[in-house]
Design a protein around this ligand. Structure first.
Ligand SMILES: C[S@@+](CC[C@H](N)C(=O)[O-])C[C@H]1O[C@@H](n2cnc3c(N)ncnc32)[C@H](O)[C@@H]1O
Length: 247
């Protein structure tokens, strides 16, 4: 697992969830490669892992720099035949990809930065085939408040708590953060049926880095994360929410 100063960067809960969603996304339950769109897929960390499972991935992202990095990454992994990059905005999706063409749409960390999250989700809905699956990952605001308090940044914590978009200040790089009710409502308003919500990174960003250095400690942290993901009581504390939804 990738690590940054002792903390795992990749959520096992998220990756397990994505794999379950991919497995369940075949038309009529069929196995085989899925047609996957990674909306706002950036430099392709997730797209390459999905392609390595044998699926075909189209990464749509407005950033030419991110797409250049993606192309280098896929070439290094020998997966260029399975990953295609398309430069564009979420709201242009209908003009970039055929409607109803995708089995799975990944939208991770994107609704926080786009101008109109509802329009982005409606576009995501239309590019999926009926019965296709949405994997939606959003940043949760209560975790941000908690993290700022623990870091002693009380003005930012108060701002994140009281601001309607839950930004920690005017210079916050995110335009907004979500909670469970808001994220589910947004997905349902775009026409999705939400089939599950899992919390990811409940503890990974809070644990002191020095306490997750050894493999044994990392394994304990993974176990804590896996149990927290299934705990309704801890869901509100998760750094991110992973919504599983069906068109
Ligand atoms: C926080 S990054 C997430 C990257 C990747 N999905 C991940 O989970 O690591 C946000 C991504 O959204 C892309 N993005 C920003 N505005 C967008 C838009 N209007 N439509 C689609 N993607 C957008 C950015 O270029 C960036 O790659």
């Amino acid at each position: 697992m990738a690590k940054e100063r002792g903390r795992p960067r990749t959520s096992t809960v998220l990756w397990d969830g994505v794999q379950r969603l991919l497995a369940g996304a075949g038309a009529g339950g069929a196995a085989g490669p899925r047609s996957v769109v990674d909306l706002g897929g950036g430099t392709g960390g997730l797209a390459v892992r999905v392609a390595a499972l044998g699926h075909d991935v189209v990464v749509v992202d407005p950033s030419p720099d991110a797409l250049a990095a993606l192309e280098r990454r896929t070439a290094e992994a020998g997966l260029s035949a399975r990953v295609r990059s398309v430069q564009g905005d979420a709201t242009e999706l209908a003009g970039l990809l055929p409607p109803g063409s995708a089995d799975v749409l990944l939208c991770h960390g994107v609704l926080e930065v786009v101008e109109d999250p509802s329009a982005a989700l409606r576009a995501a809905h239309d590019v999926l085939r009926p019965g296709g699956r949405l994997s939606l990952l959003v940043t949760q605001w209560p975790a941000t408040v908690l993290a700022r308090v623990l870091a002693g940044q009380l003005p930012q914590a108060l701002h994140a708590l009281s601001d309607p978009d839950h930004r920690w200040s005017g210079s916050d790089p995110l335009r907004r953060r979500f909670d469970r009710a808001g994220a589910v409502e947004l997905a349902e308003a775009a026409g999705f049926t939400v089939t599950g919500v899992e919390g990811t990174r409940t503890f990974s960003d809070l644990v002191p880095a020095a306490c997750a250095e050894s493999e044994a400690e990392a394994a304990l942290l993974r176990e804590l994360e896996a149990r927290a993901a299934r705990s309704p009581e801890l869901l509100a504390l998760a750094g991110h929410l992973h919504l599983h939804a069906t068109r």
